[in-house]
Write a protein that binds this ligand. Sequence first.
Ligand code: F6R
Length: 572
Amino acid sequence: MCGIIGIVSKNLFSSEDLLRALKRLEYRGYDSFGYATNSGILEKDIGEIRLLSSNECTTAIGHTRWATHGGVTKLNAHPHADCKNEIFIVHNGIIENYLELKEKLRGHVFRSETDSEVIAHYLEEKLKTKPMREAIIDFINEAEGTFAVVVLQKSGQQLYAFKRDSPLVLGLAGDANIFASDIYAFSDKTNKAVFFEDDEFAEVSDSSYAFYNKSGNMLDKKIYEFEWKEEESEMKFDHYMLKEIYEQPAVAERLINSLRTVQADKLENLVSLIKNSRRIIFIAVGTSYHASLLGVYFLHKAGVEAQTIIASEFKDYANVDENTLVIAITQSGETMDLIDAVKHAKRKGAKIASLVNVPYSTVQRLSDLSLQIEAGQEICVAATKSFMNQVILLLSLAREFGYDVNPEKISEVMRSVFGKEEKIKSIARSLSASKDLYIIGRGLSYPVSREIALKLKEISYVHAEGMMGGELKHGTLALIEEGTPVIALINGNPHIISNAMEVKARGGRIIAVTNQKNLSVAKDLIEIDADNDAAFAIAAIIAGQLLTYYIAKEKDLPIDKPRNLAKSVTVK
Ligand code: F6R
């Protein structure tokens, strides 16, 4: 969370250029933004990234914030400066001992309520007696918590950066060196990157860079060349969410093709890792967790025992040893709770495999084996196409063990749901005033119900609960009143029809997403042509995504950037 950037260039660049690069990180947080240049200009404000004044410089830092410590105010926006406005910093993470550090900086004038500001004053204090490199080493040794920081000095021609746990990468663009939270910030300028590991720092000028460890020893770092599918510059949709929903058949085909070609060996290796492990545990959070639930189901149907645990609870709910294979599922590869769980599993001797979208992300670099989900850049904060490709990859994996579903036919099923858009729109209109919504499913449709509920909460701001159809009568049924909307995912399981009937008998309004003909339990039907469970699940996900989108559109909500959220969750 929070996007940080620092650019040192051989050529003058404008504030507009800087903001354009910062905008590419906006999905990491959008509470406030700001930048500082080496001519001493400091601009910041709350709200959308926009031009505050036109300047030119060769060295600058920028920030887009997802608030943790301190409210969403201009004063709390980054960059933060020292007392004399000569040292500027941008920070992603949380300095857990900031109050203790602040205590030691008596006499310094603090202007914000943030933990981050302490970094600027700490460096100011240290620079009274030592050079920047040593000041940074002191900070790394004394600070507790997580941080990715870029430091700029007024009139300086260099930038400094250091990190622990929060992501940080240096892009080598020939005429410029660019620090950023992720490769997307500079992927339009270069595909060459050097990734920071924990407690490393770097010093860059427009033509050179050097990395050091926290003892001050220079490091020989590998330059990675990454491939990354950019989104098309021409935007034909009102929102990225809709664009990304529509991209799903094509990105699924791209993934399936890669599993047959460039990723075939990796898929085979994952199969043998699974065969050679005594215990298989998926870990993930949010939407990726729902994909993992589907993965457990698919593998179970193929006779492979697996379980899944939400990453933040992993340590408390699973025993891990050298016979365990942990499979991390993540779009960003930077989710802090997931990284924490992966590191824990590694310490216990487990093998780590991962399914990741962003190449060379931290989870990928921590893994013994990593497969790309090939979803390409996903701009909307809500995961849609990345979720879909996680599911397709898991389906393809289960197929290797004999699960009898052909992922190649599934893109047709996906496309068929787009034909239901008008129907979905009209149901969305009728649901736009609903405060509560329930989604019920059984078997494979249970994770789908959870995923639809999550989308409804984050994008449509509707309180939604996705649950097992069988669980309804054990408590939640008490909430069903005349007209309460319940989406039932009806895929041939007779018990889910009974569950829907139980709701209807209490006055609830059933909206059925179904592949059954002549269903009498609901007047509102989203009919899906899917002849097997997996195809039904995938089609139902798309129906849920479209329903969510159109409810949010009806309510005029900020669909691509829902309030309080960020795409890459790099705090615990
Ligand atoms: C919801 C959503 C989140 C993410 C979650 C995990 O639409 O996008 O729930 O799925 O934050 O993120 P990754 O997959 O990057 O680990």
